[in-house]
Design a protein around this ligand. Sequence first.
Ligand code: ATP
Ligand code: MG
Length: 292
Amino acid sequence: PIASDRLYVVPVSTQGQRVGRIVLVRAPNGPRFTAADDRLLSAVAAQLGLALERVRLRREATEAEILRRTDELKSALLSAVSHDLRTPLATISAAAESLLQEDVAWSPEDRTAFAREIASEAQRLGRLVDNLLDLSRIEGGRLRPQKAWHDLSGLVEEALNRLKPITARHRVTVEIPDDLPPLLLDYVEIAQVLSNLIENAAKYTPSGTEIAIRGSRADGEVVVEVADRGPGLPPEALERVFERFYRLDGQGVQSGGTGLGLAVAKGLVEAHGGRIWAENRPDGGARFVFTL
Ligand code: ATP
Ligand code: MG
């Protein structure tokens, strides 16, 4: 143990509370601490206390700010989507109740139609809830992609399969070179990005037009694009479409969107260290591109 006359201890306090101490150990034959040392060290300890206090206050302020923004986000989300949540629910209940009516003899076609309606509205509800959950994780900073190696072509194929009912009236083409390297990504999240882009390409373009999905390689990145032959986007909307709840005028009720799809896609791509943007194609239509 070090002899106590070689130790010099100065308490560090913030707001009258001891939070630590400065401990000095004199060299075995070094000079003793003087009153001047004491004054200097007390000043250092006071400064240290103030600095610690500032750090603590700043951290508390940041936490309060995060909480406040999460709260704000939650109420914004809820008020924005309550209508979008209710509409499919109402359709589902109505169709299910119709099917359950014992005094009506539905034809097999009627039954199928009701069941189809229930299935498609339930899927829509599912997509909305997925987007909501993703968005709240993205904005709460709690997104941790679980990455593994995957082939882009498998991912695209699976997304297209799931979206078949939505893209049924479009011509979908896929162009992915065989030698595209596998990608390190969170399968569920990037599948969600693709679904959101493909769903838009189907929803905002006339039926019968082409939706082209392409993968390519550029500068050590893989570039994925979903291109359509729809109306494209006005220049001022090219960036804004990625904001949450942003929708273009005139596509209001009938398309039944919430304005979350692209905000979620952006959050997910950026959590993977990639970029996402929208362009108008010179020969007509919009193109959504992301990199991985
Ligand atoms: P959600 O995806 O949450 O169901 P949404 O489709 O309205 O709703 P986003 O996917 O974020 O929301 O798209 C935002 C807006 O961008 C859309 O409302 C639409 O106006 C416009 N948009 C998106 N994709 C296209 C596209 N391929 N062509 C033209 N406009 C598009
Ligand atoms: Mg969408």
